[in-house]
Structure formats: structure tokens, C-alpha cells
Design a protein around this ligand. Structure first.
Ligand code: AMP
Length: 285
């Protein structure tokens, strides 16, 4: 059995499950508080705290795991990075009180106290810059530390910046950019490496499909050159005859989801009809 460590709760857990489900590895939990679940086939999920996943995987208790890049770096364990899963994006930033007068990381003075749930990364960041700060490790809610007089500065995760702002803090530097990653144990045997490569392809095909749409349209033959410019597709659009279609042919193509609105308008403008757009479940170029 291939064991994959997944976050049991918190921000990443939902999206991880959704991704695995979409990849055909349906998370079949046996009850609310189950510690493990079958993912179908040879994969089994073990649910642990996101923070503990780097340790679990590095120690070989799981062959691979999904957790935040911030947590992987904080753990400082040797792991193989297999892929960026592109969700759970956030940044680990240095923040100071609005009224502190500090506007960049250079403004942090020697001897200042820095509260963080990421003491290792915080220490490393300031040491590398030649700044001697006192790191105050906390296990949560670092943003309130300056208000309690526990620290002058915080190093905390942010995605929109609204929590920092709400707490009267200003972002003054970036320690690390993070997102959810699939990581693997360095001691996996070749069979496990092979299985994980298949997993990586399955997850990758779902991620690739999310940003794309499948588009079909009936196109007047004379408009084909213009249509080719509008939808280059994966390998150029597929053009097929329509039975009794007269001047019309059918065009199928994979197009970026982001620009679908513009694409449809451009197709209509050159006389396309019967335009149909659908989601793609998996895409393996
Ligand atoms: P949680 O289990 O909710 O503490 O969060 C686990 C992970 O979610 C963090 O370590 C980050 O990798 C990720 N994350 C994504 N966005 C944010 C955010 N805005 N604040 C904190 N963590 C975030």
C-alpha cells in the first residue's frame, strides 16, 4: 500500500480532497474522525496535522504527503519536491505595527523581538541579512503579539493581507512564497517512485484541465483562417465535416478558460454558430 499523508483539517484539507477526488482517487473516509481512508487502488490516505506532514514523510511513515511549502521549509527536513499543486497560495511576511515607522525589513533593529509560528525560517531570514533579532516562538495568532507587548515585529502568513491590516500591522518584507506541494520521502524504493510518478501525472492532469475549456463551434468554411487565429488549441483546432452541413464545418479545440468570453465573441463575429463550451475533467497533453 502506498501511504499519502494529507492534512486532517485546516485551510488545505478541503482542496486537497477535492483534487484527489477529481483525479479519480476518491477519499473514502470511514467516519468523521477516521485517521486513514482508502483512496482506491493501491493508495491509502493518512490524516495528520499539516505541520506534522514533513516529519511523517521524511521519516518514511508515509511515502508522500501534501502540505504547505512554508511548513516543509520550517521543518527543514530533506524531502523530494514532486509538484506545486497551485492552491493554498500565501506568503510568509515580516510585519510591523503601522505606527512603528518601519517600512522595510532593513528597518528592523538589532535586539528587536519577532513573534512567529515559524521560528526557524524567521531566525534564518534575519541571520542571513546580518540582523540580530530575538525570535519569540508562538503556536498561533502571532499578529496579536505586538499589541500585547510580547514582540515588536511578527513573521506571519498572509494571503490577502486583510488580517494583518485588521490588526494594525504593515507588511514590510517577504520571507517565503508558499502554496500546497506534493512531497515525497527520499528513501522511497523504485516501485514507490514509479507509483508516485503516476500519482503526479493524475494530479497534474486535473490541474491542467482546470484552466481550460473544451470548445465546439460550427464554422463557415470561409472563416476557418480567422478561427485558426482565435483558437490555436492544443495542437491546432480539430476540423470535422458535418453531415449535410453545407458551408459549415465543426471545429473542436481546447482553449484557456480565462479568455473564453473574448473567444466566443470573436467566433460569433466571424459567423460561427452552435457554440458549445464544456469543462474538461482531465488533460494529458
Ligand atoms: P492551517 O491548517 O489552516 O493552519 O493552514 C495550513 C497551511 O495553509 C499553512 O501552513 C499555509 O501553507 C496554508 N495557507 C494558505 N493561505 C493561508 C493564509 N492566508 N493564512 C495562513 N495559512 C495559509
Amino acid at each position: 500500500m502506498m501511504k499519502i499523508a494529507l492534512p486532517n483539517k485546516g485551510r488545505l484539507s478541503e482542496e486537497v480532497r477535492e483534487l484527489f477526488n477529481d483525479a479519480g482517487l476518491e477519499v473514502r473516509v470511514r467516519g468523521e474522525r477516521a485517521l486513514t481512508a482508502s483512496l482506491g487502488g493501491e493508495f491509502e490516505a493518512i490524516f495528520v496535522r499539516a505541520q506534522d506532514i514533513p516529519e511523517f514523510v521524511a521519516d518514511g511513515a508515509a511515502h508522500a504527503g501534501v502540505t504547505g511549502w512554508d511548513l516543509v521549509n520550517e521543518a527543514g527536513r530533506e524531502l523530494d519536491l514532486l509538484m506545486d499543486l497551485e492552491f493554498g497560495r500565501c506568503r510568509l511576511v515580516v510585519a510591523a505595527r503601522e505606527e512603528s515607522g518601519i517600512t522595510s525589513a532593513d528597518g528592523v533593529k538589532d535586539g528587536m523581538r519577532v513573534a512567529s509560528c515559524f521560528p526557524r525560517l524567521t531566525q534564518e531570514f534575519f541571520t542571513k541579512r546580518g540582523q540580530q533579532v530575538v525570535v519569540v516562538p508562538v503556536s498561533g495568532a502571532a499578529e496579536i503579539a505586538p499589541h500585547l507587548g510580547i514582540a515588536d515585529i511578527v513573521v506571519d502568513l498572509t494571503s490577502t493581507g486583510s488580517t494583518l491590516k485588521m490588526n494594525g500591522l504593515r507588511e514590510v518584507g517577504t520571507v517565503l512564497e508558499s502554496s500546497a506541494r506534493l512531497v515525497a520521502c527520499k528513501r522511497n524504493d523504485s516501485e514507490a517512485v514509479h507509483r508516485l510518478d503516476e500519482l503526479k501525472q493524475a494530479l497534474g492532469s486535473v490541474l491542467a484541465a482546470r484552466g481550460k475549456r473544451y470548445l465546439m463551434a460550427n464554422v463557415p468554411r470561409r472563416a476557418l483562417p480567422q478561427v485558426r487565429e482565435v483558437i490555436p488549441g492544443l495542437n491546432g483546432p480539430t476540423v470535422v465535416d458535418i453531415m449535410n452541413g453545407g458551408d459549415y464545418v465543426a471545429v473542436h479545440a481546447v482553449v484557456p478558460a480565462k479568455t473564453i468570453y473574448r473567444t466566443i465573441n470573436a467566433l460569433k463575429a466571424v459567423g460561427c454558430e452552435g457554440i458549445l463550451v464544456t469543462r474538461i475533467e482531465r488533460l494529458m497533453p
